[in-house]
Write a protein that binds this ligand. Sequence first.
Ligand code: EPU
Length: 419
Amino acid sequence: MEKLIINGGKPLNGDIEISGAKNAAVAILPAAIMASKGICVIDNIPQISDTECIERIIHSLGAKVKRDKNTVTIDSTTINNNDANTEDVRRMRASYYLIGALLGRFKKARVEMPGGCSIGVRPIDQHIKGFEALGAKVTIEHGAVVVEADELVGTNIYFDVVSVGATINVMLAAALAEGKTVLENAAKEPHVVDVANFLNTMGADIKGTGTDVIKINGVKELSGCNYSVIPDQIEAGTYMIAVAACGGKININNVIPKHLESITAKLVEMGVDISENGDSITVERTGEIRGVNVKTLPYPGFPTDLQQPMTTLLSIAKGRSIVNESIWESRYKHVDELKKMGANISVKNNLAIIEGVQNLSGARVRATDLRAGAAMVIAGLIANGVTEVTNIEHIDRGYPFIEKKFNALGANITREIDN
Ligand code: EPU
């Protein structure tokens, strides 16, 4: 196991490049296995352990997978297996996209139940509801989801909750169903749009993504294509929050500013200066920052995946802030770690009440999950003295080269073996 050692108290200055979006990539890679002819060449895939894990899973199904830095080439014409049952499958949440992708292409799949960050109950009832509506029989057998259909037939599906995973998963299967599927109360996240754009480049006919009604005309087959994944809105937001917390001025390049509006608006409300310039934004903190209230919501609301880094920032903002986590029921595990560093936060159900303190002080803390890890790195960057962040395998799941990127901005972070 490794840990990060952070010498805090340094402002961040300079330029940073944002990588491709993790939550788009972990759906686009499984979607690529739906190509029954041709080869997919996908660029801007972030170099993180979650994408490496999906690549291994796709390889285990019989596809040929090659990676060259950010470019992944997949030949899925050789797939000969629709039973995904490796340790990797059980390890990560996004392996549930194999269900929709395999069901669409082979009308049959068996996928071991997905794992992922421990941030509350993570049901997949809406995924199952969608597959059943398309005509699949879904059973849970010995810890695996088993789906099978004589044929998939398009229909109207209304999701009871707004779910990124269910929207994408059912869209995958419906892309190769007979006739028209309409998904209502669909998720509108940029990565949902990106997955649809990828499928359309493969030959699918999907319209309306980015709104809450998605219309899919099923096609007979999908083919390989060239595609580039959108920039990671959450990685960008994490660096925006970090500079707001540490002070300094950074240019964040390779972003789509529109995807960052909810976070930009909150940071501006706190007193941070932000300007846009094409596919870059500049974030500068000159003076004091003020506490604000934040409620996490589906896109275009404030993303739950930035709630934890935001809590760190609010812990040193002037006055009281209230955070309302409305998506996940147990996404406050970082709070106990922040308290070890001197933060004044109390959690009641899904609310965190934060009284801003002058500063944090270095301590040994744990990355309890991916975004909690980012929150602890930012805490270490602000704090007086040395912070050790352990369990960083969670961070490596979603943030490419995190210490290199921060160090290029003037931070002092080293990676060491944690004995
Ligand atoms: N939900 C249900 N039933 C379902 C599916 C979801 O009740 O069948 C509920 C969940 O319990 C949750 C809400 O709906 O309360 C939203 O869940 P969603 O399905 O949107 O989440 P997800 O697809 O499992 C993705 C991201 C998460 C991110 C959420 C919300 C991936 C691989 N994961 O999860 O990302 O928090 O959307 O935006 O795309 C992360 O990157 O750190 C991360 C956890």
